[in-house]
Write a protein that binds this ligand. Structure first.
Ligand SMILES: CC(C)=CCNc1ncnc2c1ncn2[C@@H]1O[C@H](COP(=O)(O)O)[C@@H](O)[C@H]1O
Length: 260
């Protein structure tokens, strides 16, 4: 996928891409997230203290940019999914359906499944958010993001997905996707977030993991058997969208009832 060419085409077509750096004076080759996670050495201990202020500022600018975003759903999946893949088509469909329903699509702003969901949302006239991450192999935001923010710290960015969406739809993916999935599951399990639907799309892909969670993890009681109800599993992207949209309506009704 030639992203540069796509960006130029988008620019010519007049598509507006609003990108905000979450930290001013951004130096793309500086991998702050990596430095932060390195073991402390005598001479860098003090810079860790300053780093806290940078992290704080990334939270502040993320919250500032996304405040009042509106109803949104985060869509996750592999950065490596090819456009010919069924998962790419499904993610596109998810983005499209969300936009048609007036919901915002949030992704990691990268290639593959993220690009597909952003493309579906953007082509259906919806708000297509990309929460990009600075990586050593810079890929940049995909061309279908029409509201983009760049982050340096994965953990700051992950907070934004949870805080500004009302559900997760998770297509097949690798470590990044699994990280996002399990963070959400842990937050729901520990009731840090409530009424938050998590839908896995792709029974063949996720079946092994779900089987292991059921036959080993729940059986060994390292999770409660009822924790298996914290997520849905489907092959149908429409069903995935319906689950999160239904939950959004329920949530809205609950909030307005508690106000009256
Ligand atoms: C080709 C390649 C690896 C590009 C990396 N470019 C990326 N850009 C933005 N978010 C990403 C990227 N890689 C991983 N992520 C994050 O991790 C998830 C995908 O990771 P994975 O490919 O399943 O493990 C995404 O939902 C996203 O939030």
């Amino acid at each position: 996928m030639d992203h540069k060419r796509k960006s130029e085409e988008n620019a010519q077509a007049g598509r507006k891409v609003h990108v905000e750096a979450s930290w001013p004076n951004k130096q793309p080759d500086e991998q702050l997230d990596r430095y932060l996670l390195e073991s402390p050495q005598e001479d860098v201990t003090h810079s860790d203290v300053w780093r806290v202020l940078r992290i704080q500022s990334e939270f502040v600018s993320g919250f500032g940019s996304l405040a009042g975003l509106g109803p949104a759903v985060s869509v996750f999946g592999s950065a490596r999914t090819e456009p010919e893949s069924i998962y790419y088509k499904q993610a596109y469909h998810v983005g499209q359906r969300l936009a048609q329903a007036g919901a915002i699509t949030i992704t990691g702003g990268g290639p593959g499944t993220m690009e597909a969901a952003n493309k579906g949302a953007s082509e259906a006239g919806g708000t297509s958010v990309g929460l990009g991450i600075e990586l050593p192999f810079e890929t940049g935001l995909n061309s279908w993001v029409n509201r983009g923010i760049n982050f340096r710290y994965f953990f700051v960015r992950k907070t934004m997905f949870v805080k500004y969406s009302q559900g997760f739809i998770v297509l097949p993916g690798g470590f990044g996707t699994l990280d996002e999935l399990f963070e959400a599951l842990t937050l729901v399990q520990t009731q840090k977030i409530t009424g938050f639907p998590i839908v896995l799309v792709g029974t063949e892909y996720w079946g092994g993991l779900v089987g292991w969670l059921t036959d080993v993890v729940a059986k060994e009681r390292t999770i409660s058997p009822k924790d298996l109800d914290l997520f849905h599993l489907t092959d149908d992207p429409d069903e995935a969208v319906d689950i999160v949209l239904r939950n959004m309506v329920k949530d809205k009704e609950k909030k307005s009832a508690s106000r009256s």
